[in-house]
Design a protein around this ligand. Sequence first.
Ligand code: ZN
Length: 87
Amino acid sequence: MMENKLDGNAAAGNLEEIFPFEMTLAQATCAGCGAHDVIGAAGAYMHGMGTIIRCNRCDAALIRVAHIRGHYLLDMRGVSVLQMKEG
Ligand SMILES: [Zn+2]
């Protein structure tokens, strides 16, 4: 299947249904290479089954979101630290 690379902001609608804060502004540290950047700047690949947000430096999957039968499945093993501002 062809994947279209977008930036993480494209996944904002998906993420805001799950997280009670602005996820695109959260800083994620990649568990693979240690790079850290805001989710909005990471690569996002969106297709029928869901969304994969990938590290810009090493291309590892940071966050996978699947939406199946009324449930969100979230795989965040690619993120070692997720940092967001309070408020
Ligand atoms: Zn990485």
